[in-house]
Design a binder for this molecule. Sequence first.
Ligand code: SF4
Length: 211
Amino acid sequence: MSYFVKELFYTLQGEGAQTGRASVFCRFSGCNLWSGLEKDRHKTVCSFCDTDFVGVDGEGGGKFKDACQLGDAIIAQWPNSKHAKPYVVFTGGEPLLQLDDLLIDYLHQAGFEIGVETNGTITAPTGIDWLCVSPKQWENFKQQSGHELKLLYPLPGLSPEKFETMDFQHFFLQAIDDPEGAEHLQAVIQYCLEHPRWRVSLQTHKLLGLK
Ligand code: SF4
């Protein structure tokens, strides 16, 4: 199977429980909640989406013919260090449209831990070492377990109460980054103060000037 990758780069994870961790980011092309085209933005629940996941023309992106070719490109991004577990984050778009057992197994054999950031509409394969679920709509929300739930706030129809009894180790609220972002952040802070099950997630990569 071929894989379509928008961009592939080495950086620090900016959000959630793995914040600050050195990571290879593999951003797959395509999403099942939006075409990524501006002409369709008014039709999606993700009207706030600020990610470019269209095509394969980003840094390190391309069409990879099989798991070996993409796996080797990911391995080549990791620095030559014996003292840290190599880590790759599959994101998108929606990474579970493409991530499969062949690629997971190839990277595990190379010693990598595998993180995934998904919108939760597709059940995740087994073998993922760090599963971050960030729901965008209640309809078709399938992946109700994982390591962290990262809920953007506020989202219509997605109150935190709906998720807090699900099987996750960490519960994060993250303010939507739109023109009202400062007000959303105040609402997130207030919610976490009143509901200690939830923690604030910041987009630290933006604060640090990273991708
Ligand atoms: S699921 Fe994520 S990547 Fe896809 S359109 Fe929504 S916010 Fe953007």
